[in-house]
Design a protein around this ligand. Structure first.
Ligand code: GRF
Length: 192
């Protein structure tokens, strides 16, 4: 299974995928390219270190989002990917993009969807007084964070948690959840 990863920032989920791949734990899946919409994304360095081709494609260099999304499709498709993995990609993708990659596009979100779609998930879980939160891997559709859920993991919230400590605990869980879903997709254990 050929994977193209889209990132915008830290890339710790990307790092987890690279580590699983390096240890032959990704069910034969292979990251063939990493694309970022920001040049400063630390994830680009992680990909470089793993000798994975990288590309920066900034939406600021295009007249509008539609032009950007079409250029992104064109570039991604040169890699003939079976799966597009959003790993902290902070732009909302157009309907055209999402339709083009129907059932080939997945995302990881830091909450137990359908709870807390969108941003500031940890803050909202803390403010609501929840005892647990989690992370969700889902198919991407044109409605943000609303595509079919593939797998979720629960994470406890402790009394003394701050947004930062909770984010770290959830990220830690994401780093096993995302690679394990990709492994199972690659092994045909999850239906597309
Ligand atoms: C993660 O919390 C993920 O759930 C969300 O964006 C964050 C990306 O973190 N979609 P990283 O760039 O993988 O460190």
């Amino acid at each position: 299974m050929r994977i193209v990863c889209l990132i915008s920032g830290g890339g710790t989920n990307l790092k987890a995928l690279i580590d699983w791949q390096a240890n032959d734990l990704l069910g034969g899946a292979r990251i063939v390219a990493v694309i970022s919409n920001t040049a400063a994304a630390l994830g680009l360095e992680r990909a470089d270190n793993a000798e994975i081709p990288t590309k920066v494609l900034s939406h600021h260099d295009f007249p509008n989002r539609s032009a950007f999304d079409h250029a992104l499709i064109e570039f991604i498709d040169t890699y003939e990917p079976d799966l597009i993995v959003l790993a902290g990609f902070m732009l909302v993708l157009s309907k055209d993009f999402v339709t083009h990659y129907d059932r080939r596009l997945i995302n990881i979100h830091p909450s137990l969807l359908p709870k807390y779609k969108g941003l500031n998930t940890h803050k909202r879980a803390l403010e609501a007084g929840d005892n647990y939160t989690g992370a969700t891997v889902h198919w991407v559709t044109s409605e943000v964070d609303a595509g079919d859920i593939i797998r979720q993991v629960e994470v406890p919230i402790m009394g003394e948690d701050t947004e930062e400590t909770l984010k770290a605990r959830v990220l830690d869980a994401e780093h096993t959840l995302y690679p394990s879903v990709i492994r199972d997709l690659s092994l045909g254990l999850i239906e597309c």
